[in-house]
Design a protein around this ligand. Structure first.
Ligand code: FE2
Length: 161
């Protein structure tokens, strides 16, 4: 498990893992909104989940993934993860268009995708990348919006940032 290999201590990976937690929490709110156990609307909860997901996936793709992808041993794996980002976006769009029956599938695929990153790509990156690689990945990665996140938070009432 990545949690035990120490790669979280690499700042960029630690940031991405923190963002994964936020995304999974937002997906949980979406599921509960859909089954009526959360007072927020499905649309609001979906927008909230996407507001966490999009900056995160583009940050991964612009920085860490871009640097790793140059290594032929990682190209296919990175491309597969980028395709999963696109597939998650497509599912979210269908949910936005009213296919709320897809919410459970969205959450399952999201968790599976995060598992592949945290227990596959991130530990491999920690082994593979050297100091200049990390400096380049960090330079290419947009600044996190988490600290002063401007969008509304359905979970502001239950959890502080
Ligand atoms: Fe991720």
């Amino acid at each position: 498990m990545c949690s035990y290999c120490g790669c979280r201590s690499i700042s960029l990976i630690g940031r991405f893992m923190d963002e994964h937690e936020d995304i999974v929490n937002a997906a949980g709110i979406l599921q509960r909104a859909a089954d009526g156990t959360d007072p927020h609307g499905v649309r609001e909860a979906l927008d909230h989940a996407i507001a966490h997901l999009h900056p995160h996936t583009s940050a991964e793709e612009l920085g860490l993934f871009g640097v790793l992808r140059r290594n032929p041993d990682f190209t296919d794996h990175v491309d597969a993860l980028c395709a999963e980002h696109a597939a998650l976006d497509a599912l979210a769009e269908r949910i936005r268009d009213g296919e709320t029956a897809l919410i459970d599938r969205f959450v399952v695929e999201l968790r599976d995708h995060i598992d592949k990153e945290e227990n596959g790509l991130f530990p491999a990156a920690a082994i593979e990348m050297d100091g200049p690689d990390w400096e380049e990945a960090i330079t290419l990665t947009p600044v996190a919006i988490r600290a002063d996140d401007p969008h509304s938070h359905p979970h502001d009432d239950v959890r502080s940032h």
